[in-house]
Write a protein that binds this ligand. Structure first.
Ligand code: KG4
Ligand code: ZN
Length: 384
């Protein structure tokens, strides 16, 4: 089965083509095409992602990104058939708020052969609703012109599959498994007792980890997105053998639950830098101390969650799992404290938002969500 997957939940426009053969979870996958266009440069000017701008950029990028993925995939073509006027009208109705995208898609259809694709998958949440909508409406319009079904996929479930993917297979997972999902909008610990079963064990009560990284970076006058910038500064400090000369609080680290709170660390940084010039040495030291505090809390809560659930597998996923210190800390934690636990970290290329993960998650679904598919900004991993 060839799946075309579309991801537009935040600031990357991504389309992938993945061929899956055999039955999940023992299927073999081939990534035929994978195109991502990042909007980071545009959002950097504003210091963050504005949903209306993200939506506009997705609308402009979708057809070029689709063409790039299709060109890479070299799928066998079906004979070209002219579209019925009703089909064109249906496409225009679906994309009535993005008429330029409707024009671009209809023009694309005239120019390109119809590829052999069996299913379209699209992220329907969680994420920025205007950005999700443009992806969903585009998926529906493509499904209409090609006459193929569209299935909605949870973005966070995609991040889990990213971490389990070795380029050709999904790893054998021993359940129960814990997934620590850390991104710009989410920080949660999820327990999987089987494929497709997700129970929320803990979550942030305020800021997501990535959000805290981005906000602290802004206080330190570092560009958006702040996570990688903080990481770079902190790693350089560690490489130079320096220890952080400040220490920030570790909120809720000893609380009996698996919930998190990161706004306290952020506020502590704010008070530390308030109303004064900070030197570049101090900035690096703050980045280092901030990363240490966040990582300590993440590891402590995972330790607790393993004790509660008896987990045999740990999966890290989401944009923040690109962080070198966090990855190293979890590898050390498993090696020294839980050597029987299987640890899965996403490969660098699939750490941030991409559409390969959406195609992988889609192959596990047999139910198809039809035209009533709607954007769900706050969609939970449990499907609620
Ligand atoms: O999963 P993702 O690409 O998008 C969302 O679904 O939110 O995550 C983006 C987040 C941003 O907050 C970004 O600053 C953070 O991931 N991030 C990092 C690193 N790379 C990306 N945070 C810390 N260290 C990094 N190396
Ligand atoms: Zn994400």
């Amino acid at each position: 089965m060839v799946i075309l997957a579309i991801e537009t939940s935040c600031d990357e426009t991504a389309i992938s083509l993945v061929e899956a053969t055999g039955e999940f979870p023992h299927a073999t996958y081939e990534v035929l095409g994978d195109a991502v266009l990042s909007q980071i440069e545009i959002h950097r000017e504003y210091g963050g992602v504005f949903p209306a701008i993200a939506k506009r950029e997705h609308a402009a990028a979708l057809v070029p990104v689709l063409e790039k993925a299709l060109t890479e995939a070299k799928l066998p073509p079906l004979p070209h058939a002219a579209l019925f006027p009703e089909t064109k009208e249906a496409v225009r109705a679906l994309l009535s708020r993005e008429y330029e995208l409707a024009d671009a898609l209809l023009d694309f259809y005239e120019r390109r052969n119809t590829p052999v694709i069996d299913r379209i998958a699209v992220t329907y949440g969680p994420g920025l609703e205007p950005a999700l909508w443009v992806g969903i409406n585009f998926a529906k319009a493509l499904g209409t012109i090609w006459n193929i079904p569209v299935v909605g996929i949870n973005h966070m479930e995609g991040h889990i599959f990213s971490s389990l993917f070795d380029g050709a297979h999904i790893a054998d997972v021993t359940f129960p498994a814990l997934a620590l999902l850390i991104s710009g909008g989410h920080t949660e610990i999820v327990c999987m007792r089987d494929w497709g079963s997700y129970e929320l064990v803990g979550q942030t009560r305020d800021d997501a980890v990535g959000e805290a990284f981005d906000k602290v970076a802004r206080m330190l006058a570092l560009p958006y997105p702040g996570g990688p910038e903080i990481s770079k500064l902190a790693e350089a400090e560690r490489l130079a053998g320096r220890t952080a000369d400040i220490s920030f609080p570790r909120p809720m680290i000893t609380s009996p639950d698996c919930d998190f709170s990161f706004s306290g660390i952020k506020t502590a940084v704010l008070y530390h830098v308030k109303d004064r010039e900070i030197s570049s040495e101090e900035r690096a030291s703050i980045a280092h101390a901030f990363e240490d505090a966040v990582t300590d809390v993440l590891v402590a809560k995972i330790r607790k969650a393993i004790d509660i659930t008896g987990a045999r597998t740990l999966i890290l996923g989401g944009g923040v799992s690109a962080n070198t210190h966090i990855r190293r800390s979890f590898s050390n934690f498993v090696a020294t404290e839980r050597p029987d636990l299987a640890l899965f970290l996403p490969p660098a290329k699939l750490t941030t938002d991409n559409a390969v993960m959406i195609a992988l998650a889609a192959y596990t679904k047999d139910s198809e969500k039809g035209p009533d598919l709607t954007a769900r900004g706050n969609l939970s991993i449990t499907g609620q």
